[in-house]
Design a binder for this molecule. Sequence first.
Ligand SMILES: *Cc1c(COP(=O)(O)O)cnc(C)c1O
Length: 383
Amino acid sequence: MLRRSPRLAEIPEYVPGLTMAEVMREYGLRSVIKLASNESPYPPLPEVGAVIAAGAARLNRYPDGAGRELGAVLAARHGVDPDQVVLGNGSCELILLAGQALLDPGTSVIYPYPSFGLYSHLAAAAGARDVPVALADDGAVDLDSMAAMVDETTRLVVICNPNNPTGAMRDPEAVEAFIDLLPDDLAILIDEAYFDFVDRPDAGRIMSLVRRRENLLVLRTFSKAHGLCGLRVGYGIGGREWIAALDQVRQPFNTSSLAQAAALASLGNPAALAARMAETVAERGRMAAALDELGVAFTPSRANFMLLRAARSGAWSDSLHQRLLRRGVIVRDGGALGCPGTVRVSIGTPQENDAFIAALAAELDGPGASQALNEATEDRATP
Ligand SMILES: *Cc1c(COP(=O)(O)O)cnc(C)c1O
């Protein structure tokens, strides 16, 4: 047995969903629709393909480790100085780096639950204390309860807004009041991975606070709206001490030259992106109406996914994701995300969303449903 850190045993395992190829093989399907990982249904913008092709010839050279060109564009966009920007190999890397830079045994991290699974890695990896705080009844972060957990051991407070996997969003005004309430030497990380899908005029309010709150770090990513999750690039905008701390623990070349170039190219066409976001937001509304019509309960979402609860309870709804798989639609089992009895479905193209609604309707009403119910009863009867 390898000599290794006992902390490894504490780190929760990430269980990825099935790939499209796996589902096709397993269920003998010709085609499947993947609405499981909150990915963009659209390919990257055409200009991204062009810069990647051009950059391929220069891959024998290391990238600009500081990502200065992309950093300058992001700084200008958010009205901060370039030393308030940090790039990450996806925003996931920045979340992990925050844990490395801030936590020690004897300290603690406060974060919402159920939320993004990676947050629960931080304390485990650092040997620090984990303080998960249950979401409020509306599915958004419970700021009062989180504030109440802050003590002298707290080194980091994380919030996810809109929250994954619920999609619910806390008002920026309330988040600002929460930030004002916390000690100004306590690091606050606000994960805004789904910012682009928020259709509210005050959506950017928290990012603008970075200019006066040195203890704040706001994370954004190119993985969702920009459709670049395969390339791995995200960023943080924050106070200078926050950025310096992350820079100290990151590897010198953490984002690739292709990722930097692709992000720049994608930022260069805001109109195309806005059109895609508008379609996703409109589709989210259409999905909500269709779910209402089917009598399926869901959490109102400001993100590119929805968490829904099928009317039946117990094993039937716990295995709904498997039933949808057989119909060629991959969604995420809410049970794997801390929300048993639910499924999380990402918003796809209009055609993909129609296919999902049709599959769900067939499961709820079709002849398969009563059979499924029987199976579920048998499942439960078996100890
Ligand atoms: C998808 C997601 C991210 C983005 O991760 P990347 O590493 O940038 O791909 C970050 N936070 C949350 C809550 C997410 O759902």
